[in-house]
Design a protein around this ligand. Structure first.
Ligand SMILES: Cc1cc2nc3c(=O)[nH]c(=O)nc-3n(C[C@H](O)[C@H](O)[C@H](O)COP(=O)(O)OP(=O)(O)OC[C@H]3O[C@@H](n4cnc5c(N)ncnc54)[C@H](O)[C@@H]3O)c2cc1C
Ligand code: FES
Length: 293
């Protein structure tokens, strides 16, 4: 399982209140918000998330977890803003999408453990649905174009970054230009063939792995629907490739108190498993540790 670092536990989280600096539609039912959160921006590492609530209302009462999509620097190069990308789905995201720019939100984070930055030759990121949101930071760190975290963890740890990204249809693909501009090789697929290959992302991954040189040190990370991550995990396990998953179990507190977010995680013994809180012991786990349902 990913090693936890004390700086990344919830006890180093910051809570801020900020007006929405941006709130704009970037794809079908998909929006990007920007909040002024320098204390979070300079602490966050790829794969971490924040909890967000609309301030001064209790509808909804409970915050929602959103992965940190981007960290934006101010004029002097210091991290200042964080961008979050969300799919308009239910109570919170519908209210957020309808919010004007000066609407105040409460954000606490960064939370969770974050992806590993173990070096490799080729990082392959596999995303489905809204699961592309943690990938921009990770790919930029891997290629060495941005550094993250209070202890400036190492960057430039992969020679090549590929994003395999699938959605139901073309309109739902969000942030594709950001990924291309960051220097990732982007392979798109859609269920209806309206953009890229008409294939499922695990099948694209399998074909890609078969084409790679036998000695390439490959790492895979994945985020998206659980069924997709399970398939990606199976492919990596049979190819003996290191794979980390970002679990998106529903959360209430985000700081380890309520146990609403647990996932079944395998322990050392063959039949042993335990509940782990995705918000503090995850959301990133080694894929072979997850007891897929
Ligand atoms: C670590 C982590 C990171 C995450 N990162 C992101 C991210 O970057 N971007 C993102 O968009 N989400 C992300 N999520 C999911 C996010 O936290 C919310 O669960 C999601 O945005 C839905 O919140 P909501 O209040 O809009 O929906 P809720 O009201 O909480 O609804 C929950 C579910 O009920 C269903 N539902 C609710 N209302 C309706 C309706 N009227 N019709 C049909 N179905 C309905 C939907 O399927 C929905 O998924 C993440 C979750 C975790 C745990
Ligand atoms: S969300 Fe409360 S313990 Fe994880």
């Amino acid at each position: 399982m990913s090693k936890l670092h004390a700086d990344y536990y919830a006890d180093s989280m910051q809570q801020i209140e900020s007006p929405l600096v941006r709130n704009e539609q970037i794809a079908e039912d998909t929006f990007l918000i920007r909040v002024d959160a320098p204390e979070i921006a300079r602490r966050v590492v790829p794969g971490q998330f924040v909890m967000i609530r609309l301030s001064q209302t209790d509808a909804p009462l409970i915050g929602r977890a959103l992965a940190v999509y981007n960290v934006v620097n101010d004029e002097s190069g210091d991290p200042r803003w964080i961008d979050l990308v969300y799919l308009r789905k239910g109570t919170m995201t519908t209210a957020l999408a309808a919010s004007p720019l000066d609407r105040s939100v409460t954000v606490w984070g960064p939370l969770g453990n974050g992806f590993s930055n173990r070096s490799c030759d080729h990082l392959i990121m596999v995303a489905g649905g809204i699961g592309q949101t943690p990938m921009l930071l990770l790919g930029r760190e891997a290629l060495g174009s941005q550094q993250f975290g209070l202890d400036s963890r190492s960057n430039g740890w992969s020679n090549q970054v590929t994003l395999i990204y699938g959605a139901r249809r073309k309109g739902l693909l969000a942030g594709v230009n950001d990924f291309k501009e960051a220097g990732f090789e982007v392979e798109l697929c859609t269920d209806d063939g309206s953009e890229g290959q008409q294939k499922l992302v695990p099948d694209v991954l399998k074909e890609r792995l078969e084409r790679l040189p036998a000695k390439a040190r490959v790492r895979v990370v994945t985020c998206g629907p659980e069924i997709m991550m399970e398939k990606v995990s199976e492919i990596c396990e049979s190819a003996k490739i290191d794979c980390q998953v970002s679990m998106e179990t529903p959360m209430a507190c985000g700081i380890g108190i309520c146990f609403s977010c647990v996932a079944q995680v395998k322990q050392d013994g063959p039949e042993e498993w335990d509940y782990k809180r995705t918000c503090v012991e995850g959301p990133i786990f080694d894929s072979h540790k997850i007891c897929w349902s």
